[in-house]
Design a protein around this ligand. Structure first.
Ligand SMILES: [Zn+2]
Length: 562
């Protein structure tokens, strides 16, 4: 964009196209130094806008503390008069392009990629073929998830900087790490809290522009909240024995398998609110501690699985997990004893039971057990170990998951009772479930926002939109409000070994900035895949108009911005 170009709203699509084509050129793969490239693009873009040249204090990069890649949160604000403020947020990290194979060099060049995809059209799904032929979609990594939405927000903010005597305030936030641990958004909340204090802002609404997916192809979707996510970890300690003496040992694989079977896709761990349900849990990581093959059973197995929530608290989930582990333990002991009895019968030996008992503890109780035996010494060593792991994590030598189980193993050095045991807890990240449903008092313009926007889209574009209370794709909107903050913090402190050291959630700031949310994004398909694409008509034409209508409606209720 040249220096003094005016954005005429009718032509905002051209500006969006210009931004998205350049924004995606930044190879900002999640949790990599490439995210700095997207930061640069964001900042350079606003540096060229006359309003920000005159008001340099209204945009910038807000560093994420202790970050491996020294990443920042990017922000820009149209500061009008009066206090009501709308925040638009997008993430500029993208997932990797492994499945692009030979097309990798074209992942960030939509037009060239489209041509090549056309050549291999017959190998693609029928729906992709149709969309290719229609010419209605933009293909490429990040165009849909979600630099397309980001481009809409940036173009809109530029437009609003040109509105004279603007009443109200609009902030655009671009954040890294959404596809990883949301380090960007967790810092952005602190930034929002600082801006709130500095300028006396009243946060009315946060708008995200993640792509929407359609169940009914004729209807768009607005989301008025976002699912929560937590990740229980399970560590099963067995008792080692030679494979020829199985009854002298306790194979942790056996018990862990049962726990996996009882939790994977278990709808009892899923949440239902109205007609919406969170997808049931799935395991993301599972391995034993064996480094080399030998003929003994492994000593321990560790793993973690993801649970999505609509309304359940971490403590309620952990209670269920504990119960499942206990049930699995009892069943395995019974099976082992049955088998042992059969073996003793077959070998004409006197009958007796195996010595094992069911033991399931959470991480805080394992910690207590070590502390009770070794006291101060343990506590000091534990703190040292946390520091060591913090450094390893910061230097990217170890993953958070590896750090977590290394810490469990470390605590085990101070445990005297080495009989088989299940230890459970939580591994980062934790995404609170949020929904406008959980707000007691909302302005009418916000309570009815989905209905009002649907009236607008119906009238303007002949396009119907439905609403859902939870975006199930997991999003940064999770950090815009929190219910039962004290209880949640307690559960995290007890069960998440790295809470407050390697990982933190700014609970106090979240409570301070708490605001309702909406996701208004373009229709997109096949996120994270080779065929990721976004509907051009939404990207360039409809979605910016819908968001503008939302902003104008909310700020106009109090202020006349016409
Ligand atoms: Zn996304």
């Amino acid at each position: 964009m040249n220096k003094n170009k005016k954005i005429v709203f009718d032509h905002i699509g051209e500006e969006i196209k210009d931004i998205v084509y350049n924004y995606i050129k930044a190879k900002s793969f999640t949790y990599s130094k490439g995210e700095k490239e997207a930061e640069n693009y964001f900042l350079n873009y606003f540096a060229r806008i006359p309003y920000f040249q005159r008001n340099k204090e209204f945009y910038g990069a807000y560093p994420i503390l202790g970050d491996t890649f020294h990443r920042s949160v990017c922000w820009a604000m149209r500061k009008g008069t009066l206090d009501d403020t709308i925040v638009m947020i997008h993430h500029y990290d993208v997932v990797t392009i492994e499945d692009f194979k030979l097309l990798k060099p074209l992942a960030f060049s939509p037009d060239e990629l489209e041509k090549e995809l056309f050549k291999i059209k017959d190998t693609l799904q029928p729906e992709v073929q149709e969309d290719l032929e229609s010419k209605g979609y933009l293909f490429g990594r990040g165009v849909c998830d979600m630099k397309g939405g980001g481009a809409i927000q940036m173009a809109l903010l530029s437009y609003y900087t040109q509105v004279e005597n603007f009443k109200g305030n609009i902030i655009v936030l671009g954040v890294p790490d959404e596809e990883n641990l949301s380090a960007g958004m967790r810092s952005a909340v602190i930034l929002l809290s600082e801006l709130q204090d500095k300028y006396g802002l009243q946060y009315k609404l946060m708008i995200n522009s993640e792509p929407h997916q359609r169940k009914d192809l004729k209807k768009g979707v607005f989301s008025l909240g976002s699912v929560g996510k937590l990740m229980p970890f399970i560590y099963v300690r067995g008792s080692l024995a030679h494979a020829g003496k199985v009854f002298e040992g306790f194979n942790p694989l056996n018990l862990m398998s049962s726990i996996v079977r009882k939790t994977e896709l278990n709808m009892e761990l899923s949440d239902t609110v109205g007609q919406e349900a969170s997808p049931p849990p799935t395991w993301l990581y599972l391995r034993d501690d064996k480094v080399n093959y030998d003929v003994s059973m492994p000593l321990s197995v560790s793993g973690c699985f993801s649970i999505l929530t609509l309304n359940q608290t971490p403590s309620a989930i952990l209670e269920k997990v504990k119960h499942i582990c206990e049930e699995a333990f009892e069943e395995i002991l019974k099976e082992m004893n049955d088998s042992y009895e059969a073996f003793l019968n077959a070998t004409k030996q006197p009958l007796h039971k195996l010595p094992w008992e069911s033991k399931v503890v959470d991480f805080s109780n394992l910690y207590k057990e070590a502390y009770e035996t070794h006291g101060e010494l343990f506590e000091q060593e534990y703190k040292k170990e946390i520091k060591i792991l913090y450094e390893k994590r910061k230097n990217n030598e170890m993953s958070l998951i590896a750090c977590n189980f290394a810490l469990v193993d470390f605590v085990y050095n101070f445990i005297d009772d080495l009989s088989p045991k299940v230890v459970y807890g939580l591994i980062p990240p934790y995404y609170p479930n949020v929904s406008n449903l959980f707000f007691d008092q909302l302005d009418d313009s916000i309570k009815m926002i989905a209905e009002n926007l649907n009236d607008f889209t119906w009238k303007e574009f002949n396009q119907e939109y439905t609403k859902e209370y939870f975006y199930t794709g997991i999003s940064d909107l999770s950090y815009t409000s929190i219910s039962n903050a004290k209880q949640v913090t307690k559960a995290l402190e007890d069960s998440m070994p790295f809470f407050g050291s390697l990982y933190d959630i700014p609970v106090t700031s979240i409570e301070k900035i708490a605001m309702p949310v909406i996701n208004i994004g373009p229709w997109g398909k096949d996120f994270h895949k080779l065929t990721e694409r976004v509907l051009k008509e939404d990207l360039y034409m409809r979605t910016p108009r819908i968001i503008k209508y939302a902003i104008d409606t909310i700020l106009k209720e109090k202020y006349d911005n016409s």
